[in-house]
Write a protein that binds this ligand. Structure first.
Ligand code: FES
Length: 128
């Protein structure tokens, strides 16, 4: 039997779709994806997500999109997050802690400087 969609399900779908299109349409300046596969969650991805949301809320950031994905294929480097600044290649951050996440937000998301010591890769070519 198929589950009936509720109004809340539809609202969640709308919000997710909207957040995915905001960056493309130019309204979002940055997108942060927290990788929340089982390995990420086991390694502390929920704390990373809570920290990210708290920073966005406390700093009043309106143009940063937060989303989640599954496992990025590097369990031993979790928790991980990918930061995408508009018109720049994505940067994957690994072995994050709440303090590291705060620094990534302050330096990369807000100031545009990649925190190289926490970064695994820029785009799919450049390795740190
Ligand atoms: S769950 Fe992370 S690599 Fe499979």
């Amino acid at each position: 039997m198929t589950k009936k969609l509720t109004i809340q399900d539809l609202a969640a779908m709308r919000d997710k779709t909207r957040s995915l299109t905001v960056l493309r349409d130019g309204a979002g300046r940055a997108k942060v994806t927290v990788h929340m596969g089982t390995c990420g969650i086991a390694a502390g991805a929920r704390d990373i997500m809570e920290t990210l949301l708290e920073e966005i809320r406390s700093r009043g950031l309106q143009d940063v999109i937060v989303t989640t994905s599954g496992c990025a294929g590097l369990c031993n480097r979790e928790p991980m997050a990918t930061v995408e600044i508009k018109d720049q290649p994505p940067v994957k951050y690994v072995r994050l802690t709440p303090d590291k996440m705060r620094r990534v937000i302050a330096e990369h998301v807000l100031d545009g400087r990649i925190v190289a010591e926490y970064a695994l890769a820029v785009g799919s070519e450049t390795m740190y």
